[in-house]
Write a protein that binds this ligand. Structure first.
Ligand SMILES: CC(C)(COP(=O)(O)OP(=O)(O)OC[C@H]1O[C@@H](n2cnc3c(N)ncnc32)[C@H](O)[C@@H]1OP(=O)(O)O)[C@@H](O)C(=O)NCCC(=O)NCCS
Length: 140
């Protein structure tokens, strides 16, 4: 098992993995085209856990020059509680650190009990910030 950088060639398998994990909320930005742009914009930051044959974990990680963002962290059920989630997060934090980013945000839905148990183990703290968003250029 290795944790390695996600490549363009991984995208269809990674999307299938995310679609199969109920706690991962994909949205209309999670198309192969937009994800390819995201990977190009954030080289080396997003990891996959690879058995040598299959991808069994993945996360999407990027930054805006100021803060890191960690989205869609998922490990397929038979491979959980073996350190892969931590290894994926460590990959993200190590690579954010290399580009000078030392704070990272993760979005955890209130009803996600496994996520809420996991993030404190990674020393993430819940923050009370409300998020406001505008879609434009015809996006839903
Ligand atoms: C959250 C998730 C990625 C954790 O992956 P994992 O490979 O099981 O995590 P690890 O094995 O690295 O566990 C790291 C620590 O978190 C703890 N942990 C992980 N899942 C847990 C759970 N459901 N309940 C309690 N503790 C948990 C582990 O026991 C371990 O603790 P330790 O440091 O004391 O040993 C995985 O459960 C998952 O894919 N869940 C569904 C998707 C999801 O919720 N993603 C998060 C979106 S915000």
């Amino acid at each position: 098992m290795i944790v390695r950088v996600m490549t363009l060639a991984d995208l269809s398998e990674v999307l299938a993995l995310w679609r199969a994990v109920p706690e991962v909320e994909l949205n209309d930005s999670d198309t192969p085209e937009q994800l390819a742009k995201y990977l190009a914009h954030n080289p080396d930051l997003s990891p996959v856990a690879f058995t040598g044959r299959d991808i069994v974990g993945a996360a999407l990680c990027g930054h805006d020059g100021r803060r890191g963002y960690l989205n869609h962290l998922a490990v397929v059920a038979p491979y959980r509680k073996q350190g892969l989630g931590s290894a994926l997060v460590e990959h993200c934090l190590t690579h954010l650190s290399r580009v000078g980013i030392s704070k990272c945000n993760a979005f955890v839905l209130p009803d996600n009990s496994s996520g809420r148990a996991f993030w404190p183990r990674m020393q993430f703290q819940e923050k009370p910030w409300p998020l406001w968003q505008r879609s434009f250029d015809g996006a839903a």
